[in-house]
Design a protein. Structure first.
Length: 425
């Protein structure tokens, strides 16, 4: 048994409350169960109970065994000083606050129906690696509720990425132009080299880059000069010489990156960091301003045009880049999701501009859904995955709930457990 089932039982009061008494034998009334706390500290905050004739306001802590209170060292943590009730599955060990005062205990073992535990085991009992734990129940859940779960998860994902954008802005001395540049660099690293490209963006000055925008060759050489990548097989001598010149011009010996900071393992040649760097250079060369691109291009068609124009720059200079690859359509959508949407939402959040925030959500709803092993896992069970909003919701839901089997933190899992009217027979 895990604590999450006890938290569920407490939150939805799924136990026999007739003649409810503490382990010490005192009558117990539950007025307010409290607010479930998913951060550090007691499990439920701002609860209200009556023990005997005394009303108590405070927190409720939940454990499988009574002895877990000391095992988790709560008796030494001031955050638990306002606990007014210890709810456990079993155990007779009494517990105390730091000052020695006793904390009443409620034991649930003999008050919970076996059917509740069986339903929980059935819910989380899925053992197949590529199958959702609740797969056997999903057919009975209406699509509209599945869609709601994905949309909420997607918004949570956007907000989480927006927090990373804000941190990027702080590290950029609160300069939105530099932050926009760093964020677009990160996106061009894609999943494998995202951190390396983010590091590159942190070392480069967007202001200095703008000085070199008189030619595409200079922009490319500027990026390579800072990257530390070996470009002999990817560029002509002209680019190599420009890169060496810029290396000396900006005195990069102590600030340039090293080749080992990038990754090539298990990457197709089209995803090699050298190829992505040329594609990034093409975008930066033909964009007047990165910040404006991230914030103000509203329609997906216009964003695609920007990427296509960058591809044309590479095609025009094909003789300078023998192994050139243009940016594919799926990669364009990936950058929109991971750079444009998250940056725009973060900027709108920071500026308290709902119009900009809403445009970010509107944009992700225009982008087609991603096709990957995660969306394939959800699709057979009636999840409506048509846009990137839903596919991003799938990623968030799987990574932070399904994979960890946090079924009781999922609205679908909760309703399956409650056998609510949501379930269609």
């Amino acid at each position: 048994m895990k604590e999450d089932i006890l938290q569920h039982i407490w939150q939805y009061q799924r136990f026999d409350k007739q003649d409810l008494r503490t382990q010490e034998g005192q009558p117990l009334q539950i007025i307010r169960i409290g607010h479930w706390n998913t951060e550090s500290g007691p499990d439920f905050l701002q609860a209200q109970i009556i023990i005997g004739d005394m009303a108590w306001f405070g927190s409720v802590e939940i454990h499988i065994h009574a002895k877990d209170w000391k095992y988790h060292k709560h008796h030494l943590d001031p955050a638990f000083d306002n606990v007014i009730l210890h709810v456990v599955w079993e155990g007779k060990k009494s517990i105390q606050h730091q000052d020695g005062t006793s904390i009443p205990t409620l034991v649930l073992k003999d008050r919970v129906q076996l059917s509740v535990l069986k339903q929980y085991q059935k819910l989380v009992g899925g053992k197949h690696k590529n199958q959702l734990a609740c797969a056997h129940e999903l057919v009975s859940i209406p699509s509209i509720h599945k869609l709601s779960v994905l949309e909420k998860a997607a918004l949570k994902r956007i907000e989480r990425k927006s927090a990373a954008v804000k941190q990027c802005w702080i590290e950029s001395d609160k300069n939105w132009h530099q932050a926009a540049f760093r964020w677009i660099c990160r996106a061009y690293g894609f999943k494998v080299n995202a951190e390396a490209f983010a590091t590159l963006g942190s070392k480069l000055s967007y202001h200095d880059l703008q000085k070199e925008k008189n030619s595409f060759e200079n922009v490319t050489a500027f990026l390579f000069a800072f990257s530390g990548l070996n470009i002999d097989q990817f560029c002509t001598n002209k680019i190599i010489n420009n890169s060496q010149h810029l290396y000396q011009k900006y005195s990069l010996k102590s600030t340039a990156m090293q080749k080992h900071e990038f990754r090539w393992s298990r990457l197709r040649p089209a995803n090699f960091p050298e190829i992505r760097l040329v594609q990034l250079a093409a975008l930066l060369y033909q964009l007047p301003d990165v910040l404006g691109f991230l914030l103000h291009v509203q329609r997906i068609e216009d964003l695609l045009t920007v990427f296509e124009d960058a591809n044309k720059v590479i095609i025009t200079h094909r003789n300078d880049f023998p192994q050139f690859k243009i940016l594919g359509r799926d990669s364009m959508f990936n950058i929109m999701i991971n750079a444009v949407v998250s940056f725009r939402y973060a900027f709108g959040l920071h500026e308290a501009d709902d119009q900009i925030k809403d445009s970010a959500v509107d944009l992700i709803q225009q982008i087609p859904a991603e096709q990957n092993r995660f969306t394939k896992m959800f699709t057979p069970y009636g999840f409506p995955i048509k846009t990137a909003l839903e596919s991003q919701g799938v990623l968030e839901q799987y990574q932070f709930a399904c994979q960890k089997k946090l079924c009781l933190q999922c609205p679908i899992g909760v309703n399956i457990m409650k056998n609510h009217d949501l379930v269609v027979n």
